[in-house]
Design a protein around this ligand. Structure first.
Ligand code: UN1
Length: 497
């Protein structure tokens, strides 16, 4: 029997009000039901938001270092349960164990960073223009945070949002992707066990258009943090934005790796295999374009085509497998639809382009690593986010052209340049219009303590991770203290020679 899961609202585990449920199946073996979840909607969201609002006042008054200590315990519990969570995550969304362990580790790193941030949350002080007066600023929480997360990093991404939200003193209503509700529930159980009070953390399971939109439109939710597609992000932005909510969006990518003629080609090969086919290409940071200098194009393609064919597909629970399935049937259909699109636009398919169905693979959503060559700037496979194991290769004449191609998309998340020439490296660091650039590393693998996010349609200017995210989850409060004992007027009682 598959395990039955519940919502967590106002300190209680509860079924949906209607009693309706949805199933979550293993993408590597669709016969396996991982769990049964409450199918919820606006009414459950209303209850969760009311609980979060009620709990907010006491939580905001708890000293931030004490809130940080709860997050320290969260990190310790995640460390103890790392393997158990990683295995559940692999069953739930398919990526291989080494990667789901990494996903949990990213959450642990985020917990310990948040724990110590409870002792920082620094404000400023600045001199006053008047005597016997002090000016300072400090951070205060925003209120109720609505957190909506994707399935590709089912632990790391929720922690990027929930941990800073909590340490800053906000209460949280959390809607995880309906493809990964089990991992999300594990996280909430850990938060509760570590001592997050009733009502401060709530989880409501269900679809984006029901639960997600109810959170975005709720008048008592003060801020929204969402990771997902640019199209959904744009809907959230207009819907929540009209009520002047604070909104952080981390959206799509069409990330490219450039390989120059002077690069270490073996290093660049390892980089592109990991960047393009790790997580089955389902990262916002995945390498979906490879921009090759003309002098090494043919040689590099010989090396790459063979290596991509040798990648071992299979159930991520088996340690020797390198590439898991894609998340679900709709995703596989979408990926496959790009094969005809690429061919019709004139690209040449070098390898892949079909479902992988040998043996046990026939029971899951497996797709062969796919490479297109002869791709030209502007083709749809070169412009659109496919979110699967599909790589488009573009040949260029020099670095200027490479950067122009790299920048010529509507997204700006991650990017990479392989070169041994220091001048090329610095030029790329300056001129690539993305939130993240790797030199001699693949486009994936951001570290939890660094700001994460992108330019253009990748987001709306906010960053997750690192120190910057703490600005998103706080308001700046400015205080002036006048201890002169008389009325002093700024700008007026100031004598300048
Ligand atoms: C994502 O794909 O949304 O940098 C997040 C990386 C990971 C996070 C990816 N640490 O690839």
């Amino acid at each position: 029997m598959a395990e039955k899961y519940q919502n967590y609202i106002d300190g209680e585990w509860r079924d949906s009000l209607s009693g309706e449920t949805f199933e979550n199946r293993n993408p590597a073996n669709w016969d396996e039901v991982v769990g049964i979840f409450p199918k919820s909607g606006k009414q459950e969201v209303d209850k969760a938001v009311a609980a979060a609002r009620k709990a907010f006042n006491a939580w905001r008054l708890m000293p931030a270092p004490k809130r940080g200590m709860i997050l320290k315990k969260v990190g310790d519990l995640m460390t103890q349960r790392k393997e158990e969570i990683a295995r559940l995550m692999t069953r739930e969304m398919g990526k291989v164990l080494a990667e789901t362990r990494g996903d949990v580790q990213e959450g642990i790193d985020t917990a310990y960073y948040a724990a110590m941030e409870g002792r920082r949350l620094l404000g400023h002080n600045a001199p006053s223009e008047l005597p016997n007066k002090m000016n300072l600023s400090f951070k205060i929480p925003v209120g109720v945070a609505g957190i909506i997360t994707p399935w590709n990093f089912p632990m790391a991404i929720p922690t990027w949002k929930i941990f800073p939200a909590l340490v800053c003193g906000n209460s949280v209503v959390f809607k995880p992707a309906s493809d990964t509700p089990a991992t999300a529930t594990k996280l909430v159980k850990i938060l509760v066990e570590a001592g997050v009070p009733e009502g401060v953390i709530n989880i409501v399971h269900g679809g984006g258009s029901s639960v997600g939109m109810a959170i975005v439109q709720h008048p008592d939710v003060d801020l929204i943090s969402f990771t997902g597609s640019s199209d959904v992000g744009s809907i959230i932005n207009s819907s929540g934005g009209k009520d002047l909510k604070r909104i952080s969006l981390e959206l799509g990518g069409k990330n490219a790796q450039i390989v120059m003629q002077d690069a270490n080609l073996h290093l660049a090969l390892d980089g592109v295999l990991w960047g393009a086919f790790g997580t089955t290409g389902q990262r916002c940071t995945a390498t979906s374009r490879l921009i090759l200098h003309k002098d090494i194009h043919d040689k590099f393609m010989d090396m790459l085509g063979e290596s991509a064919n040798n990648l071992k597909l299979g159930d991520g629970l088996i340690e020797s497998n390198q590439v898991g399935p894609v998340i679900n049937e709709a995703a596989r259909e979408k990926i496959h639809s790009y094969i005809d699109i690429g061919k019709n636009d004139g690209a040449t398919m070098l390898t892949g382009g079909e479902f992988a169905t040998d043996g046990d693979l026939s029971k899951g959503w497996f797709y062969k690593p796919t490479i297109f060559v002869d791709v030209k700037q502007g083709m749809r496979i070169e412009q659109e986010e496919i979110f699967g194991p599909v790589l488009s290769v573009i040949k260029v004449n020099d670095l200027d052209e490479a950067i122009k191609v790299l920048n010529g998309v509507e997204y700006g998340l991650s990017s990479s340049l392989y070169t041994q020439d220091v001048n090329n490296a610095f030029k790329a660091m300056r001129d690539i219009n993305c939130g993240i650039t790797y030199i001699n590393g693949p486009t994936i693998g951001a570290e939890a303590h660094m700001p994460f996010g992108g330019t253009k349609r990748t987001g709306n200017g906010h960053r997750e991770g690192g120190w910057e995210v703490y600005d998103f989850y706080t308001e700046t409060k400015v205080v002036y203290v006048d201890f002169s004992g008389k009325l002093q007027k700024a700008q007026i009682d100031v004598e300048y020679e």
